[in-house]
Design a protein around this ligand. Structure first.
Ligand code: 13P
Length: 244
C-alpha cells in the first residue's frame, strides 16, 4: 500500500495557461498526498515544479510513423510524464479502445517506466443488473499488463470510475466505492501474486468534489482520487489536498 494518497486531476479538454500557473502554486497545499496533473497535451510543458507530477490523459499504441494526431510513449517520457491514464471510459467510447488495447498500452508505458493508471468501471445497466463485480473483474483480467521476466514494477494504479457517476453529480455511495475498491485490490493482488514487491493503488473517480472527497478518502481500500470537473477549480484542489 502506498504511503501518500494519490490525487490525480484529469482536465479532459479543459484548461489554459492560467490554470497551469494556478496549479504550479498549489505545491504549498500538498500535505500527505502525491498530486498528478493530466492536462491536454499542449500544456504538458508548462509544469516545471517537482512537487506536481505530470500525467497524460492517453497515449498512442504506435511508437512512431504515419499516425496523424497520435502521441507516443517516448514523447510522454521526454516531457517528464510519470503517469498516464489509459482505458478511460470516454476514450473507450470515442476511440474504441478495447481491453486488449489497454493491455498493450500499459505494456508500452511500463517499458518507459511510466506508471499506467488503468480505468475500469461499469455502466448503469450493468450496475442495475448486479453484474458490476464480474464486469470489472473481466476488464482487469483482459486489460492488466503482463510483466517481463525479472521486471520489477513498483506500482500499478487502477481507477474505478463507474460510468454512471462521471460528470453526473451522482457519486457512488461509500459502500459501493469501498466494496468495489476492496474487490479490485484482491483481484489485482491475485493476478500479480508472484510479484510480492508490487504496490496496488486503487483510485475512485466520478463526481468527486470537496464535499465528498474526505469521506471517500477515508475508505480503507481507497488510495486516492481521479478528479475531473472539480479539478478545474484550484480552490477545490486545495480543499481536497487538505484532507490527505
Ligand atoms: P468528474 O469528476 O467530472 O465526474 O470526472 C471523473 C473522471 O472522468 C475523471 O477521469
Amino acid at each position: 500500500m502506498r504511503k501518500n494518497k494519490l490525487i490525480v486531476a484529469n482536465w479532459k479538454v479543459n484548461g489554459s495557461k492560467t490554470l497551469c500557473e494556478e496549479y504550479r502554486n498549489l505545491s504549498d497545499f500538498q500535505t500527505r498526498s502525491d498530486l498528478v496533473v493530466c492536462p491536454p497535451y499542449p500544456y504538458l510543458g508548462q509544469f516545471n515544479t517537482h512537487s506536481i507530477s505530470l500525467g497524460s490523459q492517453n497515449v498512442s499504441i504506435y511508437q512512431s510513423g504515419s499516425h496523424t494526431s497520435h502521441v507516443s510513449v517516448t514523447m510522454l517520457k521526454e516531457f517528464g510524464c510519470e503517469y498516464c491514464v489509459i482505458g478511460h471510459s470516454e476514450v473507450r467510447d470515442t476511440f474504441g479502445d478495447s481491453d486488449s488495447i489497454v493491455r498493450a498500452k500499459a505494456r508500452l508505458l511500463l517499458n518507459e517506466k511510466i506508471t499506467p493508471i488503468i480505468c475500469v468501471g461499469e455502466d448503469e445497466s450493468i450496475r442495475n443488473s448486479g453484474q458490476h463485480l464480474d464486469f470489472v473483474n473481466n476488464q482487469l483480467k483482459q486489460g492488466l499488463p503482463y510483466f517481463e521476466f525479472g521486471e520489477s514494477v513498483k506500482e500499478i494504479v487502477i481507477a474505478y470510475e463507474p460510468i454512471w457517476a462521471i460528470g453526473t453529480g451522482n457519486t457512488a455511495s461509500l459502500t459501493q466505492i469501498e466494496d468495489m475498491a476492496r474487490e479490485i485490490q484482491s483481484m489485482v493482488a491475485y493476478f500479480y501474486q508472484h510479484f510480492s514487491h508490487l504496490s496496488v493503488t486503487v483510485l475512485y473517480g466520478g463526481s468527486v468534489n470537496p464535499n465528498n472527497a474526505k469521506e471517500i478518502l477515508s475508505q480503507p481500500s481507497v488510495d486516492g482520487l481521479l478528479i475531473g470537473g472539480a479539478s478545474l477549480v484550484p480552490r477545490n484542489m486545495e480543499q481536497i489536498l487538505s484532507f490527505c
